[in-house]
Design a protein around this ligand. Structure first.
Ligand code: C2E
Ligand code: MG
Ligand code: MG
Ligand code: MG
Length: 283
């Protein structure tokens, strides 16, 4: 009896192992397939930028827009960055993808001349590449663009990856005229010491803190504290993921500066962004 049990366990173990191996193989295969598709997409530039407006919570005036990349796949249509940025980061393709994103934003910049700032997301890996500053300078030259209206969005993981490199590079970019936003604030592990040391202009409160503020007093308490913290550090506060009038009102009450979210606008095409901006100015 014991023998049978042992045999069964072994067989099950073998099957489990085989199952996992199969799973792993197919994961590795699909990972590689995605990487290869991405590589092709980069060489054919199958990417587009959408822009999501940010408005002042008090006046409703547009203060800027965030560029958000989309992969326009020839067969599968529009693909979310959530599905391919991680693979781009792991494979190293983020460097060339990041260049495409930044170049596209620079090329479209002249159309946005009345929009105070356009922010571009930068991955940690991309930011810490030794030639990153030089590459950005090259693209600015190539597009005859000026960094005055450009903001770079970094996440906490980006600054924590190498605090010294972050400080040195941020200074270089600031000297050129860029401003900086700390994205998804509250989801990482940044200490206040780091926050004080690095020259950010804007703090973006992560959407996860805004989502539940109305239902959960705890979340509201955290959001309030994070906003107060940012204000104490003299940063301009943007609330992300504003989906309702209540969310907007909350940010206003707590003294945040601006808001971004579906309640204000979804991410839209460059053409629609210009129309959106003109309509706001008109009212
Ligand atoms: P993120 O930088 O925090 O961008 C905000 C994300 O929240 C965007 O998702 C936006 O569409 C979404 N969002 C905005 N308002 C709302 C709202 O009211 N409700 C909800 N549920 N979502 C809202 P998206 O465009 O899918 O981008 C996801 C993430 O992918 C970005 O988060 C950013 O981390 C990354 N990403 C996007 N574009 C780029 C890029 O060009 N380069 C890099 N490195 N990362 C990018
Ligand atoms: Mg962002
Ligand atoms: Mg964010
Ligand atoms: Mg995010």
């Amino acid at each position: 009896h014991a023998d049978t049990a042992m045999y069964e366990a072994k067989a099950a173990g073998k099957n489990t192992a085989r199952f996992f191996q199969h799973e792993m193989e197919s994961t590795v295969k699909s990972k590689l397939a995605l990487e290869n598709e991405l590589r092709k997409a980069i060489s054919e530039n199958q990417f587009e930028l959408l822009y999501q407006p940010q408005v002042c919570v008090n006046t409703g005036k547009m203060i800027g827009a965030e560029a958000l990349v989309r992969w326009i796949h020839p067969e599968n249509g529009m693909i979310s960055p959530v599905l391919f940025i991680p693979s781009a980061e792991q494979s190293g393709l983020i460097h060339s993808l990041g260049e495409i994103v930044f170049r596209t934003a620079c090329k479209e910049l002249p159309n946005f001349k009345d929009i105070p700032r356009i922010s571009v997301n930068i991955s940690a890996k991309q930011f810490h590449a030794p030639d990153f500053v030089k590459k950005i300078e090259c693209i600015l030259n190539e597009c005859d663009a000026s960094p005055e209206n450009l903001e770079l969005e970094l996440t906490e993981s980006a600054m924590l990856a190498d605090i010294e490199d972050t400080a040195v590079k941020m200074k270089k970019f600031r000297d050129m005229g860029f401003t900086f936003a700390l994205d998804d604030f509250g989801t990482g592990y940044s200490s206040l010491t780091y926050l004080k040391k690095l020259p950010f202009d804007v703090l973006k409160i992560d959407r996860s803190f805004i989502t539940d503020i109305i239902e959960s007093p705890e979340h509201a308490g955290i959001a309030t504290a994070v906003i107060a913290l940012g204000k104490a550090l003299n940063l301009s506060i943007v609330g992300e993921g504003v989906e309702t009038a209540d969310h907007l009102q909350f940010l206003k009450n707590e003294g945040a500066n601006s808001a971004q979210g579906y309640y204000i606008s979804r991410p839209i095409s460059a053409t629609d962004l210009i129309a959106w901006h003109n309509q706001r100015v008109a009212c």
